[in-house]
Design a protein around this ligand. Structure first.
Ligand code: ADP
Ligand code: MG
Ligand code: ZN
Length: 479
């Protein structure tokens, strides 16, 4: 007997907001400082101190809420989530329980059936905890409170995702939206973006959800997907062999590719949530919401559709461009001055992107200007340099910041097009390849390509291939 199961997934994403200061004190919110240097009595939780909400953090949270099509709660409050852990000096985390900044939004993803709406249950502000470091030389643990009080927004989906692949796609789309908002560096390696995954299965057709497990400790979207795939398999095995899934939190082990038990999941009341008496509930003025809405950037999906329409790009080309807001912006700047969108997109999505990936850097760190890229494209189009030499010019340009013209003359990359210099090469090649020449004469013009290739090599890649083709064809037919 085979039983069909449906997978149900809900994700909780924690995002560190890149405000200048922490969420409830004036300490710098930066990554990588020496341990315990960005701390003060407030974020260390010393008695008698009082938290004050960072307005920038609130504005960022509203921005995220609006971008996720959510409703901004007109009245919000902060609550204490109580638990003890050495990285939490106050003994409670300031979070939001029943009145989060944003609720009831959605993100659109795509699956095989077409567009799909993933509900956003809530997005709330909270503070991050410190960082524990387990010293493996001695028998002690070290704690760094620099991260304590870093503003976080937690974005919680409805249990709307139906496969690990959908979860993976949602995460990528969400991350892109968040990057467009410029509220965080969204860097998973630094821990700026973290994801916990909740998963359950149920027999197809059953209305009630199955018991879920919560997965933590995934450090990339790929591992979120792998952890979910593993866990779905485990749920099926347990249920098919007559067992029951226990509601618990499990840790993903990336190396072993398995999940393992951590602690049984606390129920909400275990945290004894209650309103933080140090932070009064307050109303968010409509004017503030309208202002944040007015300042929202064009979001990825809207940009995609506009680029396709405005520049007559393929969905693929536009899709690659919008994956990086800076690249899409650069593209449009180029298009203002050079009306060949397809060619610009090809260069950006091809050679430029390749260089960015190889150097593991962003466009902003490269010395490339729209004017220089256009000049280069123009030089290739005009046959001043070959396509291949053009790539070499680009590589140089990204480091030096020189113009294409300067690099071409410095490196002697100009394509040779004048007949007299090319003719010498053509004569030599024809002399060296009598059989190929004979084939061409017998009516096999495709063999010309071979001779052009040989001549190109001889010229050190500098000859104009079009010109060579012409000269070789003419020379042989005249012979
Ligand atoms: P908890 O109180 O355990 O934190 P929530 O209702 O707040 O649970 O939901 C946390 C996350 O778990 C949400 O993303 C939600 O969509 C997801 N979720 C809830 N129930 C299930 C379920 N049965 N299977 C899969 N995911 C679920
Ligand atoms: Mg929860
Ligand atoms: Zn502080």
């Amino acid at each position: 007997m085979t039983q069909q199961f449906e997978t149900v997934i809900g994700l909780e994403v924690h995002l560190q907001l890149s405000t200048k200061a922490k969420i409830f004190c004036g300490c710098a919110n930066v990554f990588g400082s020496p341990p315990n240097t960005n701390v003060c009595p407030v974020c260390l939780g010393l008695p008698g101190t009082l938290p004050v909400l960072n307005n920038q953090a609130l504005l960022y949270a509203i921005k995220v809420g609006l971008a996720l099509n959510a409703e901004i709660n007109p009245f919000i409050k902060f609550d204490r989530k109580n638990y003890y852990y050495p990285d939490l000096p106050k003994g409670y985390q300031i979070s939001q329980y029943d009145l989060p900044v944003a609720k009831d939004g959605f993100v659109m993803i795509k699956n095989e059936q077409g567009p799909k709406r993933v509900g956003i249950k809530r997005a709330h502000l909270e503070e991050d905890a410190g960082k524990l470091m387990h010293d493996n030389t001695g028998n002690c643990s070290l704690v760094d409170y620099n991260r304590t009080g870093t503003p976080l927004i937690e974005i919680v989906t409805e249990p709307d995702l139906r496969s690990p692949q959908e979860a993976y796609d949602y995460l990528n789309i969400l991350k892109l939206i968040l990057q467009y908002l410029e509220v965080s560096d969204c860097d998973m390696e630094k821990g700026s973006l973290r994801c916990d995954a909740n998963v359950s299965i149920r027999p197809v057709g059953q209305k009630e959800f199955g018991t879920k497990t919560e997965l933590k400790n995934m450090n990339s979207f790929r591992s979120v997907k792998s952890a979910l795939e593993y866990e779905v398999g485990r749920h099926q095995q347990v249920i098919l062999s007559g067992g029951k899934i226990m509601q618990e939190t499990l840790l993903w082990d990336d190396e072993k590719g398995v999940t393992a038990g951590m602690r049984s999941k606390e129920q909400a009341h275990d945290y004894r949530y209650f309103p933080d008496p140090d932070l009064v509930p307050f109303t968010i003025d409509d004017k503030i919401i309208d202002q944040v809405r007015a300042e929202l950037p064009e979001l990825p999906q809207a940009k995609l559709e506009r680029l396709i329409k405005q520049y007559d790009l393929s969905e693929y080309d536009a899709g690659v461009l919008i994956m990086d807001k800076a690249v899409a912006y650069f593209f449009e700047q180029c298009c203002e001055k050079y009306h060949q969108p397809k060619k610009i997109a090809n260069w950006l999505n091809g050679a430029v992107l390749k260089e960015m990936n190889e150097r593991k850097t962003s466009l902003g760190n490269l010395k490339l200007t729209p004017a220089h890229l256009i000049e280069l494209i123009q030089a290739v189009e005009d046959g001043v340099v070959s396509n291949l030499a053009g790539k070499e010019v680009l590589t140089d340009m990204l480091d030096s910041g020189y113009s294409a013209g300067t690099i071409v003359s410095q490196k002697g990359l100009a394509q040779v097009s004048d007949d007299s210099s090319l003719m010498a090469i053509v004569e030599e090649i024809i002399h060296q390849n009598p059989t190929v020449v004979e084939q061409i004469k017998q009516g096999k013009p495709s063999a010309t390509g071979f001779l052009v290739g040989q001549a190109m090599k001889k010229s050190g890649g500098k000859a104009n291939p079009k010109k060579l083709n012409e000269l070789i064809t003419r020379r042989i037919s005249n012979a």
